[in-house]
Design a binder for this molecule. Structure first.
Ligand code: ZN
Length: 244
């Protein structure tokens, strides 16, 4: 399994980092974990073949995590003439929110039938599912997005990647990341408590209890970049490639 960080920034492009989007190459097919508003740009910048992405997992319905889907779909329908099936898998309400976003950004864009099969899979909270040969488990976390927000635990090719999504600290993250080969952990602020997000000083206390084999901090805001000299955990940067 090869994981490429197309984007691991916050919602605001702090330090020029792209919105959340992890690209995974696996034997069962390539997939994304999240597709934020700037993610198509990020994928194209890295020359990642987007039509080879068969599944997109979405952690929660915020624009910096799913807002790239209208662009991704339009690109597939009208720019490249994609023929490969595509599955979008995410929280309950995913289909409605994606269709609302499509209609708002590109009215009537869905009126012409797409050339490929587009399938929505709405994943229940706290449940294991099997999507296109990929095992995915959802953990409801503490983050308001108008729908359940998830941490995700994805297993494929005998490897486990877990992703916190966005959330303030919850012990669910210990379950989600148990024995994971890689855990991607949101860390927006250094010490200021920002509702529904994680801050470094709390993670410093809580995260050592995780049994994940490798942990990368992500989703840095201004305060994290201003305190990088104090950060002792490994952190992600856009373009990083990790072989598991
Ligand atoms: Zn969010």
């Amino acid at each position: 399994m090869i994981l490429t960080i197309a984007g691991c920034g916050d919602a605001f492009g702090t330090e020029g980092q792209f919105n959340t989007c992890y690209h995974v190459e696996a034997s069962r097919g390539n997939f994304l974990i999240d597709c934020g508003a700037s993610s198509l740009v990020a994928l194209n910048k890295l020359k990642i073949p987007v039509n080879e992405i068969g599944t997109i997992f979405i952690s929660h319905l915020h624009g910096d995590h799913f807002g790239g889907l209208p662009f991704f779909l339009l690109h597939a329908w009208y720019a490249t003439g994609r023929t490969e099936d595509l599955t979008l898998a995410g929280p309950p309400g995913l289909q409605k929110r994606v269709e609302q976003a499509l209609d708002m950004f590109f009215p009537q864009s869905t009126s012409e039938a797409p050339q490929f099969a587009l399938r929505y899979v709405e994943l229940p909270p706290n449940t294991k599912s099997h999507v296109n040969g990929i095992d995915v488990e959802t953990f409801a976390v503490c983050h308001f997005s108008g729908a359940p927000s998830f941490a995700l635990r994805i297993e494929v090719d005998g490897k486990i990647v877990s992703f916190s999504g966005d959330t303030s600290w919850t012990d669910k993250l210990l379950e989600a990341s148990a024995e994971a080969d890689l855990h991607l952990q949101e860390c927006y602020n250094f010490e200021t408590v920002f509702p529904y997000h994680s801050e470094y000083v709390t993670l410093e206390k809580e995260l050592p209890a995780s049994t994940a084999k490798r942990i990368l901090l992500t989703h840095f805001g201004y305060e994290m970049f201003a305190n990088l000299d104090k950060v002792t955990w490994e952190y992600g940067r856009d373009g990083m490639v990790i072989e598991l």
